[in-house]
Write a new protein. Structure first.
Lengths: 310, 330
């Protein structure tokens, strides 16, 4: 009996909590857009949702319903199926993986729902529009900036994002392409798995091994921040720190605070997705693929919103 | 005679645990990365890096000795880190309010786990697994899904920078001419507290008795439910301490912090020689286990061993260390 009361209570609480956290009705809007996010564990993806929300708020005829797949491919598949069943007018998806989500996306297209694929691709061509940035280009831009900054020579530490992930590989390859031909030497490289505490650990190892380090290139801003904290704790000045992503409350703020010397934006495409969605809903044609450019933030231009790079 | 010495040394769990640590440190001396292993800074860093895990392992030891397990420590750490950052950065609370506030959060999480396990008789694995998910959710909810950092959003959506709170600066600081990190001192204090509780206090003996044979303990008048709940509360408090240290070192509260830390803490406890079945072990052993894994991690890092190799080597060495522990314990 007691157990039943406890379970009933827990069930009641869950219903209450669910009600409080996000079930809203879509009545009274012209268009309902379903947004399937693969996970909200990363600030960058939180920012993407935020950008979409902000852009959509300017258009009262739009109503965006967000679903978070919590980094679970099958959960994301169900989210897409739910959106198909509730007959949304347009689907935006930032898929966790290409292969398993290709078919659900195709089924949405079959059901007459246009699909915008954001950031990560699906296979084949059964979608309306892909919007994404190019990590190789960003890595290359960072490499070229670093080569210029160091005058073509110097000792560099590279703190890599998860090297089994495509963005990690691309930011690495692009960077190597960018510094190719210069006398820049990468003296230490380690996989910090995008994590700040891990980055700090690896940087401490680099500091205890090498007495001279000119610059640290980290594949994301938290990584660069962790490396900065390590260098500061070790009393090592005169190291240049470069990161990637340039989220307003992370990398850009770090540049403002003088922690990082530069960061390169990896755009979320959230605002572009809403622009494109509006065009599609109004029956205009849109390109199949939109590649977003990056933006450099350093101490000279951070106050004016950075400098766009091609 | 020499043989007899070694036999008696290796006859005790502490001796065998020390042997494993010694072997790891010897490996460091051999693969010293151009002498980096012999610098004092390397050892300061090793101890600093491993302190947060070590603090979790202190609480974990108490729970494991009582025959339980606490999978929630990583999530409670994240929740405490988020709370500490909220209180210290956003609300400008002074340190003497932030620390008790966070410890209260840890206490509440631990008490819930303990009541569900000991009071409602849910298996500790399930009860603390639920707490692990629940606390992570609360951490994400409290932080709004974003890191709570010194970059604070204004009402109009723009951002302003605030100072890193003095509490964080004080914790992420080195003393004794920069040779010992404050977090390491905090870790050692935690070890001392856990040691006193386990070895000198009646409650510690209760935990051993419960872990050894719960039914027998109950029949001989041990307050089983109360003692077990206290073990989970202690684990929650230690996790909160670890969370404050984590936030101080990152200068922010990350709701995603501490993922997988519970498994590392369990590995540290087990490598030391504390039995997962409960009733056997000690905090000194855990200290050795913490150092073993900490040094192993550092040696792989200063040699820039690629990630794949690190994982494989770590797995092999943990099994080897546990097998050493088991030898002679028949």
């Amino acid at each position: 009996m007691r157990k039943q009361i406890v379970s009933a209570l827990l069930a009641a609480i869950s219903v209450f909590v669910l009600g409080g956290f996000g079930l809203e009705s879509a009545a009274g809007r012209d268009y309902v857009i379903g947004m399937s996010q693969c996970n909200l564990g990363e600030p960058w993806r939180v920012q993407m949702n935020h950008d979409i929300k902000e852009a959509a708020a300017k258009h009262p005829e739009l109503k965006v319903v967000f679903k978070d797949a919590q980094n679970d491919t099958l959960r994301q598949r169900s989210a897409v199926e739910e959106f198909i069943n509730s007959k949304v007018d347009l689907l935006i998806i930032s898929p966790k993986e290409a292969q398993p989500l290709t078919e659900p996306v195709a089924r949405a297209m079959d059901a007459g729902i246009p699909v915008i694929v954001l950031d990560r691709a699906v296979l084949g061509d059964k979608f309306t529009c892909f919007i994404g940035a190019d990590n190789v280009k960003i890595g290359k831009a960072a490499g070229q900036w670093i080569a210029r900054k160091l005058g073509g020579k110097g000792k560099v530490v590279e703190l890599e994002g998860l090297m089994t992930s495509i963005p990690g590989q691309d930011r690495h390859n692009g960077f190597r392409e960018g510094i190719a031909g210069s006398s820049i030497e990468v003296i230490f490289q380690a996989d910090m798995k995008w994590l700040e505490p891990d980055s700090r650990k690896e940087m401490e190892s680099a500091l205890s091994r090498f007495d001279r380090i000119d610059l640290v290139y980290a594949h994301n801003d938290p990584g660069a921040h962790g490396a900065y904290l390590a260098a500061k704790a070790a009393g090592r000045d005169n190291i240049i720190f470069v990161g990637v992503d340039a989220l307003p409350q992370e990398g850009v703020a770090y540049v403002q605070q003088g922690i990082l010397d530069a960061t390169f934006r990896y755009p979320t495409g959230g605002a572009e997705a809403i622009d494109t969605a509006l065009k599609i809903l109004k029956g205009e044609t849109v390109p199949k693929k939109i590649v977003l450019g990056t933006r450099l933030f350093d101490k000279n231009n951070v106050a004016t919103g950075g400098e766009p790079l091609p | 005679m020499k043989l007899a010495f070694w036999k008696s040394a290796l006859g005790s769990p502490a001796g065998r645990a020390l042997l494993a640590l010694l072997l790891v440190i010897m490996a460091g001396a051999i693969f010293n990365a151009d002498g980096a292993f012999f610098k004092i800074g390397t050892h300061r860093d090793t101890l600093r890096q491993t302190s947060v895990y070590g603090i979790l392992a202190c609480g974990m030891t108490l729970v494991i000795i009582s025959g339980g397990i606490d999978l929630a420590v990583g999530s409670v750490l994240a929740l405490a880190a988020v709370c500490a950052s909220k209180m210290a950065i956003h609300w400008n609370w002074p340190a003497w309010e932030v620390v008790p506030g966070c410890l209260a959060v840890g206490t509440a999480c631990g008490a819930l786990s303990g009541i569900v396990t000991a009071g409602l008789r849910v298996q500790p694995f399930i009860a603390t697994l639920s707490m692990m998910v629940f606390a992570r959710g609360i951490a994400k909810y409290a932080s709004g899904g974003m890191k709570v950092s010194t970059v604070v959003q204004n009402a109009d959506g723009s951002y302003r920078n605030v100072e890193v709170p003095p509490l964080f600066r004080a914790i992420d600081h080195s003393i004794f001419h920069g040779n010992v990190s404050v977090v390491t001192v905090i870790f050692l204090v935690c070890v001392a507290i856990a040691w006193v509780a386990l070895s000198k206090h009646r409650w510690g003996r209760y935990l051993y008795a419960i872990g050894g044979n719960e039914e027998a303990a109950r029949l001989s008048g041990v307050p089983v439910v109360g003692a077990k709940i206290c073990a989970y509360v202690a684990s929650g408090i230690f996790a909160a301490v670890a969370g404050i240290c984590q936030a101080a070192q990152e200068q922010q509260g990350d709701p995603e912090a501490g993922v997988g830390y519970e498994l590392l803490a369990i590995a540290m406890v087990v490598i030391g020689g504390t039995s997962l079945m409960g009733g056997r072990g000690g905090i000194g052993l855990t200290l050795i286990g913490v150092l073993t894994i900490g040094y192993l991690d550092k040696i792989l890092s200063i040699n820039a061993v690629p990630e794949a190799g690190r994982l494989v080597l770590t797995g092999i060495i943990i099994v080897a260390a546990v097998l050493t522990q088991r030898r002679g314990r028949t």
